[in-house]
Ligand binder design. Sequence first.
Ligand code: FEO
Length: 391
Amino acid sequence: MKQIVISNKINYLGTNDRKKELFENNWPLPNGVAYNSYLINDDKTALVDTLEFGSKDDYLDVIASQLGGKPLDYIIVNHMEPDHSSMIGVLLKFYPEVKVVSNIKAFKMLEAYFKISPDNFLEVKEGEVLDLGYHKLTFYITPWVHWPETMMTYDKTDKVLFSCDAFGSFGTLDGGIFDDEINFAFYEDEMRRYYSNIVGKYSNMVQKAFAKLKEVDIKVICPSHGPIWRTNPAKAVELYDKWSRHESEEGVVIAYASMYGNTEKMADYLARLIAERGIKNIRIYDVSKTHASFIISEIWKYRGVVLGSSAYNAGMHPMMEHLCHELSVVGPKDKNYALFGSYSWNGGGLKSLIAFSEKVSWNKIAEPVELIGAPDEKKMEGFSSVAENIL
Ligand code: FEO
């Protein structure tokens, strides 16, 4: 295969995973995922992050071929989650002298996961420089983007930032690898779904990482998932900054759980009222059909959120409970919200939604609407206020 050159002496060595159904055994991958790894073939040689074990069967051959007989001196671990680090054990068998470069938090976890000998570790601290010859690598400790040991590596010579999960995206790289080779509209949705579900919980830490990198001149961003930003890295920074500040767009997400269609009718009725007010971005989701990760991504994007559930065993529907649980974990902020529900005898769906809403600090814009049995216009009068105030 042709070498994919990022910059002088830096090559892309990533791969696409189109087989895995669920990332972290939790998040659906209808468009797959890319694991990106980079080889710096300088006077001293370094791999920046590796791959998920088994995701590229010729990985070692490609490394050996590109090194052309030189030893591998360093493996830089920006993040030890196994989607980036689980090839290290195999690499150590081929390159037993290699130094695994990371911070003390990562070493504890690497030892626990892969039994790597401390003799192979080379600890780096904030701002320290590793001189490879032409390239000079500086390390920035950026905890919780996305695990506590996360750091970023910056090459001062060619101004390349290896950011690992930060600026990453779901979706395989189907031919186009760089931002100027792809239709970004597709990746923007998958990038936001990645951000909101994987990194979003740590948005304040993303802002801290930004503060640290403020003065760093970045020409190329090399994340460990998704496209590489060589033409417009400012776009990736702009999106991450916006999402981590919880800045949203005009629009409303209505997510409902309906057993026999009555709660769904309420969602449609409300959506029509909102549309009559001239709001164009309205998305309705059946939580039993659409995985929570997609709904959370849309909720991250839009300002208005309306959640509705039928009663189910005196609580909310289990699929709505799942969405609410995930929302309370990842914590989108600054939302205008309203609630609704339906029931057949004692209710419980709306009551549970209210209990959820008390845990998140969103802005309640109207009283909830609840009805028994099938909806009619009279029973849904309360939706006028929801439609009027949601944005
Ligand atoms: Fe791509 Fe947090 O691992």
